[in-house]
Design a protein around this ligand. Sequence first.
Ligand SMILES: [Ca+2]
Ligand SMILES: [Ca+2]
Ligand SMILES: [Ca+2]
Length: 397
Amino acid sequence: MDGGGGGAASGGSFVMAGTAGQPDAGGPFAGGTFQLRSGFWAVAGQGTTVTEADLAITKADGPDPVASGSLLVYTIAVTNLGPAPSPSATVTDPLPSGVAFVSASPGCAHAAGVVTCALGPLAPLAAATVDITVAVPPGARGLLTNTASVLGGAPDPLSANNTDSEDTTVVLRAEGELAHGTALRADLAAFGGLADVDLYRIRQEPRASYEIVLDEAAGDVGLGAGPMLDRVGADGSTVLQAAEPVGSGPARSLRLVNATSAAVDEQMVRVRSAACTSDCGPDDTYRLRVRETTARVPRFNNAGTQVTVLLLQNLSGVPVAGIVYFWDASGSAAGEEPVTLDPRALLVLNTGTVVPGAGGSITVVHDGPYGALAGKTVALEPATGFSFDSPLEPRPR
Ligand SMILES: [Ca+2]
Ligand SMILES: [Ca+2]
Ligand SMILES: [Ca+2]
């Protein structure tokens, strides 16, 4: 049917008289209403008007891998593969649990963890793209999977391409590394209203102890239950040890003792706030200071008739537990002795009972605050009445 002349007919009703058929395909068709499909080769078929529009969605992410506590952008593209125009296209994207919505392209709205984007009409072979920016939770690690789907305003002959999933690997991000002498200030601000988690790496040398003090908590960090300071495992979340309050304020002290003969590299120190779980900002700050608390006495000697006595005094108001390590002149382990000291107590240890006949140096690791222990060794030579003192001092680093 033709509207006449050289142009294509458009609009209007056409009446097909007689019997439509395609003899070599087995026709004729029974009578009824016929519509024309578009295209150069017009095909007559029976049924409703052909308005099928095959929408297809693809989802991409960036960056991947993404660091915990940073922003992740999902890019969603919808293409109309035709043949008919799609009067509308709506993308629905339920965000992975834990992430926080930050922003999205115009036409998108966020409610209760679901982003919905109205893309408007799409002509055949036209495409539309939207970006959705989310915040990855601080302290998170693992895999995020996000599936988005599209629904068009026209019948879609192929539903398999109406959803697409994207995986994103989240790697744990540490703020930095702590070591003896570290003094830093940081905040608990995070993207998307999430609760911040600050993670710090710390290398614990063999047979060494450390104190990490968090103080000068400002803003919300100092409110309510105050800051939370923990030693955590390599996963950044398994709590191995919680800090103790210092006094009645928000200051905290975390004291680490590595009593093993191997360095511990994988553990981390974690800072969070009990008070601001959703509204922390750049004004919510704290100070972190690190001291190695391992102490050292350069000399003891139990050779011959000499006997060395170790005196340790707990200068602090808290009980202190520690281990005294004896090292021979070549630096090899010669013995060890656990010690406990009540607040302000004095301990006298005859080292001749622990490492008889040996001589060398002593180190002391303990779970007390930095500077909690004072002491010295006194080497006595009974034959001459001569004595020699060596002071306990911080281990040089
Ligand atoms: Ca489709
Ligand atoms: Ca990916
Ligand atoms: Ca932070």
